[in-house]
Design a protein around this ligand. Structure first.
Ligand code: MSP
Length: 530
């Protein structure tokens, strides 16, 4: 029976155009989904939009349209962006979906009935931009949100509260018993320390604005946007709907991964498991926490003028270049400082010089020396033996990194195999073998190059989604020969290859000029209405 795998991005705030930071999370999930599919899993990948809350209400107001109109436009744009990035989600959830609304309302009533939610009054700070309640010590004398740097609002209103404190010990025990619940390890430590500092009851409703899900038993209040949003992971599986098959398949009988960036880890590592405990639903997910993509070392913001959108890179260097760059550099631990110069450097080095060159040279030699028909010819050449060993080891390492979700390291492994394969060309000098008429030796070399390219391309499938099919076609591979799950090494009998019609990765010949143009384009894009 197939194993089930469920992966989710955070649902992005429907408050503006999505930039490369959000794109990094979605591409990451997409690459993991594609890998799991290759490995024979039944996969479900969900992304979507977080459409309620005061921030959205204010933005819509400023534009003079209704919040619903505002979020409807953004949903169209988000889907369009994911389509451009090749992100193959199975379901796009919106928190204004009727089904989600009904299920959140039901969850809230259940928590009320259980006595985990009570009515009180909130008197304190609220950051509209992060949709977060903050203590006085967190905002300091100047009333600034420590996460986004914006001024917080003072709020005094009747509010329902969730008894977070009641679950503190159970949550700590859960984290201790499930060592892989929060990855990487360092992030887990931060969360544990925070919980040990003491959990305060959480305000879970607002009554001074209306763009949210009304509480069924007291519709003057709308449900706190984080409770609403977190529940998407289960409403998207129809947990409280009529047909529970998705919930049973993926949540009860699958591996569930929520991908989050560090700024929203606490919500996912504390509120979400506790809500599930309160609802008597299993806490059956793991959190993969990544860091941020910074532009020139700073958090992207329109006011700083340093926001970059994926389209800018894709239009110049193609989709694969973007997916490759963002996943090869995917930040765990330190933030990734993105700059156009680094992007071009990586593109020219890894994709143009190393991989693209390897593929085009090898296919050209196969054609030139053997008309594209290359047999699996045996030889004692030590370089070729070494290549075989490196290829096997690479695949082993690749799998272990992918199973730890370390796409950056998995890609570094593949690159090392690309370099090793390129080196074989220098070591064996096929043109000299041809001159010396050592045709068996030459055939063995070309065979090894093609076989190595086949293996590399299979490993690149989750990332280079446009170029790998072209390479498979040039190598005339059947489905079995593209299979990662049953990958074979250097025993395919014959290659029937042809040269590529297109240059997969055209070189950026003038990086300096390109950088300036990209910066100019950033300035234009940032001001576009969206
Ligand atoms: N709506 C909430 C999430 C609710 S999930 C139940 C939210 N939305 S967000 O749009 O502000 O952020 C969504 C995700 O994108 C978060 O993980 C956030 O950290 C991530 N990123 C936003 N900017 C980012 C970068 N510059 N770099 C990497 N990720 C960043 O929070």
């Amino acid at each position: 029976m197939k194993k089930n795998f469920y992966i989710t991005t955070p649902i992005y705030y429907a408050s503006g155009r999505l930039h490369i930071g959000s794109a990094s999370s979605t591409c990451f999930c997409d690459s993991i989904k594609r890998y799991k599919k290759q490995m024979g899993y039944d996969t479900r990948f969900m992304t979507g939009l977080d459409e309620h809350g005061q921030k959205v209400e204010k933005k819509a107001e400023a534009k003079g349209i209704t919040p619903q109109e505002f979020v409807d436009n953004l949903a169209v744009n988000a889907k369009e962006l994911w389509r451009k990035l090749g992100c193959d989600y199975d379901y796009f959830i919106r928190t204004t979906d009727e089904s989600h609304v009904r299920q959140v309302q039901k969850a809230f009533e259940k928590m009320l009935e259980k006595g985990d939610i009570y009515l009180g009054e909130y008197d304190g700070n609220y950051c509209v931009s992060c949709e977060t309640y903050l203590t006085q010590s967190e905002v300091g004398e100047n009333g600034i949100c420590p996460s986004c740097g914006q001024k917080v609002s003072k709020v005094k209103e009747k509010s329902y509260f969730f008894r977070l404190s009641k679950y503190q010990d159970r949550l700590l025990k859960f984290i201790e018993d499930n060592p892989l619940f929060i990855q990487p390890e360092g992030k887990k430590k931060e969360v544990v320390a925070f919980i040990k500092g003491g959990l305060e009851d959480l305000s879970v409703s607002r009554c001074t604005f209306s763009w949210g899900i009304p509480i069924l038993s007291n519709p003057k209040h709308v449900i706190y946007v984080w409770l609403d949003a977190l529940f998407n992971y289960l409403s998207g599986l129809n947990v409280y709907g009529e047909d529970k098959s998705l919930y049973e398949k993926y949540w009860l009988n699958g591996e569930c991964i929520h991908v989050v960036a560090k700024d929203i880890l606490r919500f996912h590592a504390i509120f979400w498991p506790v809500f599930l405990m309160s609802l008597d639903l299993p806490v059956n997910f793991k959190l993969i926490c990544h860091s941020w993509v910074l532009m020139y070392g700073e958090k992207m913001s329109k006011s700083k003028g340093n926001v970059i959108y994926p389209e800018t890179f894709i239009n110049r260097y193609g989709l694969d270049s973007f997916r490759y760059y963002i996943l090869r550099e995917f930040p765990f631990g330190d933030d990734l400082t993105c700059t156009p110069e680094d992007y071009i450097l990586r593109y020219n080095a890894d994709l143009v010089n190393d991989f693209g060159n390897l593929v085009s040279r090898s296919l050209a030699m196969s054609e030139k020396y053997f008309n594209g028909l290359v047999h699996n010819t045996k030889t004692n050449n030590e370089f070729l033996k070494d290549l075989e060993d490196v290829a096997k080891k690479t695949v082993e390492n690749y799998h272990s990194y992918m199973n730890e979700f370390r796409v950056d390291k998995a890609l570094a492994e593949v690159n090392a195999l690309v370099s090793r394969t390129n080196k074989v060309i220098d070591e064996t000098a096929p043109w000299a073998l041809f001159k010396e008429e050592k045709l068996d030796e030459l055939e063995a070399v070309i065979y090894h190059l093609l076989e190595s390219i086949r293996i590399i391309s299979i490993l690149y499938v989750p990332y280079l989604i446009e170029s790998t099919p072209k390479i498979f076609e040039a190598l005339s591979l059947n489905n079995e020969e593209k299979d990662l799950l049953h990958l074979t090494f250097f025993n395919k009998e014959l290659y029937n290859s042809k040269k590529l019609e297109v240059n997969l990765f055209p070189r950026e010949k003038d990086p300096l000029k390109a950088k300036e143009e990209i910066i100019e384009e950033m300035a234009v894009e940032i001001n576009k209405e969206y």
